[in-house]
Design a protein around this ligand. Structure first.
Ligand SMILES: Cc1cc2nc3c(=O)[nH]c(=O)nc-3n(C[C@H](O)[C@H](O)[C@H](O)COP(=O)(O)OP(=O)(O)OC[C@H]3O[C@@H](n4cnc5c(N)ncnc54)[C@H](O)[C@@H]3O)c2cc1C
Length: 394
């Protein structure tokens, strides 16, 4: 079986690992010119996520490279810390920079025979009897037994095989902008957050304090053109004009940065994750949104299950895709339900609600039931039973 995976993100690399280990030939095509540097951190929580990473032989290295982030502090406009959110309330069991994770997975897959093709992308798909003919932006056309779209929220494979993004991507009403800044607050493995009416500004130390990252959340019904960096910068600057604390300094950095991430906080909801010989995995199929803290966990568990069920089904790929969806759908939908609440609470509209939330945040560390918040996230993360596949170890 020769499988083409579009996307060398968390999902695509994890799937490549498992398919390769199960004996399939795997090609990964990635639009970026090389493995990504920098970027945000992702976390894994609960037994299911950690078990898959352990079975991959990746957990030890991930723990070695963990970011080691601690508590987050809410500050007032004067910069005084008014509330401390302990890491165990919101963080997972292990957090790692996405770029570090990509390196760990690359080391497990490329030397083992997975073919990576950077700087290219799928341009067209045509299903034929017994395979899929794939046209690329650069490489010559080739034929594969199966094609898996693991190319994220704005998946190209999804658009080609299932239809336009607007049919599946549900904007949750806010945007998130992230860009690097100097660690001018001297943050030591921590973050500071400032909330004002309908705006949230977070500065978090990154790369073991060598730099920091600004994360700006704002409500927005509009979806911005992801290819127009200047328009994106202007939109963020307009949304945060007049916001206090260190926001003006962050906006200065924004004006100069070539490295801006701006995207809608969005979920992917699809009635089916496969069509013929093409299927979707990770954010492309079931993004729970970046506020869920579950996207990377869902990606690695989904990769394990998809590979396992495909290899179990042998020539009957339709049975493999169905079994993958039967196991993963309730799990992914549970994560999505939890995240909708996070999105609604992140940037409450209006002064009154913001003032209420600011008071609530001050109280959270002292609430007797505070551990329930962390426990609920853990229950969501553990709400799946990993099937056993003989060739995958245990
Ligand atoms: C700012 C931010 C913070 C986050 N924080 C967390 C967190 O704390 N915890 C957590 O669990 N998750 C978090 N997430 C979500 C997490 O990153 C994703 O859910 C997870 O990485 C899903 O992985 P994926 O491989 O499905 O998609 P992605 O990580 O998006 O990977 C998709 C890959 O496909 C490539 N690609 C895209 N289009 C094409 C194309 N046309 N052809 C070829 N390749 C293509 C991309 O370059 C990328 O490498 C966060 C996400 C963001 C954006």
């Amino acid at each position: 079986m020769h499988v083409l995976i579009s996307g060398a993100g968390v999902a695509g690399q994890a799937l490549a690992y498992w398919l390769n280990r199960g004996g399939a030939a795997v090609t990964v095509v990635e639009r970026a010119p090389a493995l990504r540097e920098g970027g945000h951190a992702v976390d894994f929580r609960g037994a299911a996520h950690l078990d898959v990473l352990r079975r991959m032989g990746a957990l030890e290295e991930i723990e070695r490279r963990r970011t080691g982030m601690g508590a987050m502090y809410y500050v007032n406009a004067a910069g005084r810390r008014v509330s401390r959110m302990p890491a165990d309330l919101f963080a997972g069991d292990v957090e790692i920079l996405r770029s570090d994770l990509a390196k760990v997975f690359y080391e497990l897959t490329a030397p083992a025979g997975v073919e990576y093709r950077f700087g290219d992308s799928v341009r067209a798909l045509r299903e034929e009897p017994g395979g899929v003919a794939v046209a690329f932006e650069h490489a010559p056309q080739a034929r594969y037994d199966l094609v898996i779209g693991a190319d994220g929220l704005h998946s190209a494979v999804r658009a080609l095989a299932f239809g336009p993004e607007e049919d599946y991507v549900h904007h949750l009403g806010l945007h998130c902008a992230i860009f690097p800044v100097e660690n001018f607050l001297g943050l030591d493995h921590t973050a500071e957050a400032y909330r004002t009416t309908s705006r949230v500004v977070i500065v978090t130390s990154a790369n073991h304090n060598a730099e920091a990252r600004a994360q700006l959340f704002f409500p927005s019904p509009k979806v911005y053109d992801r290819r127009d960096l200047d328009a994106q910068r202007r939109a963020v600057a307009e949304a945060f004009a007049g916001v206090g604390w260190h926001t003006p300094r962050l906006l200065d950095a924004l004006r100069a940065t070539p490295e801006l991430y701006l995207d809608s906080v969005a979920q992917v909801r699809m009635p089916r994750w496969s069509a013929g010989r093409v299927a979707l995995l990770g954010d492309a199929a079931y993004s729970p949104c970046l506020l869920s803290g579950m996207g990377s966990g869902l990606a690695v568990v989904g990769a394990y299950v998809l590979a396992g069920e495909l290899l179990r089904a042998g020539a009957d790929h339709a049975a493999g895709f169905s079994a993958y969806e039967r196991i993963m759908r309730p799990y992914a939908e549970g994560a999505q339900r939890g995240a909708e609440g996070n999105a609604a609470m992140m940037v409450p509209q209006g002064r009154l609600l913001t003032a209420f939330l600011n008071q609530y945040i001050k109280l959270v560390p002292y609430l007797p039931g505070k551990q329930m918040i962390a426990n609920a996230a853990r229950r969501t993360a553990e709400a799946v039973e990993l099937p056993a596949y003989a060739w995958a170890g245990s």
